[in-house]
Design a protein around this ligand. Structure first.
Ligand SMILES: NC(=O)c1ccc[n+]([C@@H]2O[C@H](COP(=O)([O-])OP(=O)(O)OC[C@H]3O[C@@H](n4cnc5c(N)ncnc54)[C@H](OP(=O)(O)O)[C@@H]3O)[C@@H](O)[C@H]2O)c1
Length: 226
């Protein structure tokens, strides 16, 4: 792994992705919206930035050129199929042998075998309906984006995050194939570790065409005693 592209680099998750990728010595190309470029000032001179909407196919085509890996923050903002447009462009333009890592939430299911709490089901239903009504986000867009990724023959991994929080790293999150696995009892992941898992996935062949559901490793030494 030499060169990676980070799509959605200016967001909270994206900035951690940039840091982890630089820590590993990767050459980094970042894509973010024009108005968010300043959020990446501290990386100036260390990354190549391509400003633009992440569902702009020309922007993505240029950004992923020659990359061995692409880390994509899938964000279902607005009601113009933003996440689907982003995912499709990455699938279409990334080099065929590139590792493609996408982020989403636990609510995405690949095979319908995930077991959800009533709380998560209610949240998705209520938040999804309100967000769509107010036209600021469309959860179905992320569902469609992932459906296309799951159907693709590329070397993808869809990392499904639990609830997120800020804080120091607790180490690499644990993962399971399905939500509901007792391993994922904590239901909380530090954002910095979500990003760590995505960057580690770039070089973990075990995760090719997998959709791991992750949760913080609460047994890691850095966590306070319970
Ligand atoms: N938040 C949670 O609790 C949670 C839980 C599970 C999984 N996840 C997943 O984690 C990932 C990152 O989530 P996050 O909450 O940490 O968000 P984030 O990284 O802060 O932001 C996500 C991206 O959305 C962009 N964005 C924000 N508003 C936008 C708009 N109106 N139009 C277009 N792009 C916009 C941001 O770019 P700018 O810098 O340009 O604003 C950023 O690149 C997502 O894939 C999400 O599904 C989140």
């Amino acid at each position: 792994m030499k060169k990676v592209c980070i799509i959605g680099a200016s967001g909270k998750l994206g900035q951690y992705l940039v840091q982890h990728a630089l820590n590993r010595g990767y050459e980094v190309v970042g894509v973010c919206r024009e108005q968010s470029v300043a959020k990446l000032d501290r990386f100036q001179g260390r990354i190549t930035l391509i400003p633009g909407p992440t569902n702009d196919r020309e922007v993505i085509r240029r950004a992923v050129d020659g990359c061995d890996g692409v880390l994509t923050v899938l964000a279902p903002w607005g009601v113009q199929q933003y996440a689907t447009g982003t995912a499709q462009a990455v699938l279409d333009f990334a080099p065929p042998d590139a590792r493609l890592i996408f982020s989403c939430g636990w609510h995405i299911t690949r095979d319908g075998q995930d077991v959800y709490s009533w709380k998560l089901r209610t949240f998705v239903k209520v938040f999804g309906a309100i967000a769509k009504f107010l036209r600021f986000a469309d959860l179905d867009d992320q569902v469609e984006a992932c459906r296309r990724i799951f159907a693709s023959a590329t070397q993808w991994t869809v990392v499904r995050g639990s609830d997120l929080e800020e804080g120091e790293s607790q180490g690499l999150p644990v993962w399971a194939s399905h939500v509901g696995d007792p391993l994922l009892a904590s239901n909380l992941t530090r954002r910095i570790d979500f990003a760590l898992f995505m960057v580690e996935a770039l070089t973990n062949d075990e995760l090719i065409q997998e959709s791991p559901a992750i949760a913080g490793n609460t047994h890691a030494p850095s966590s306070p005693p319970s």
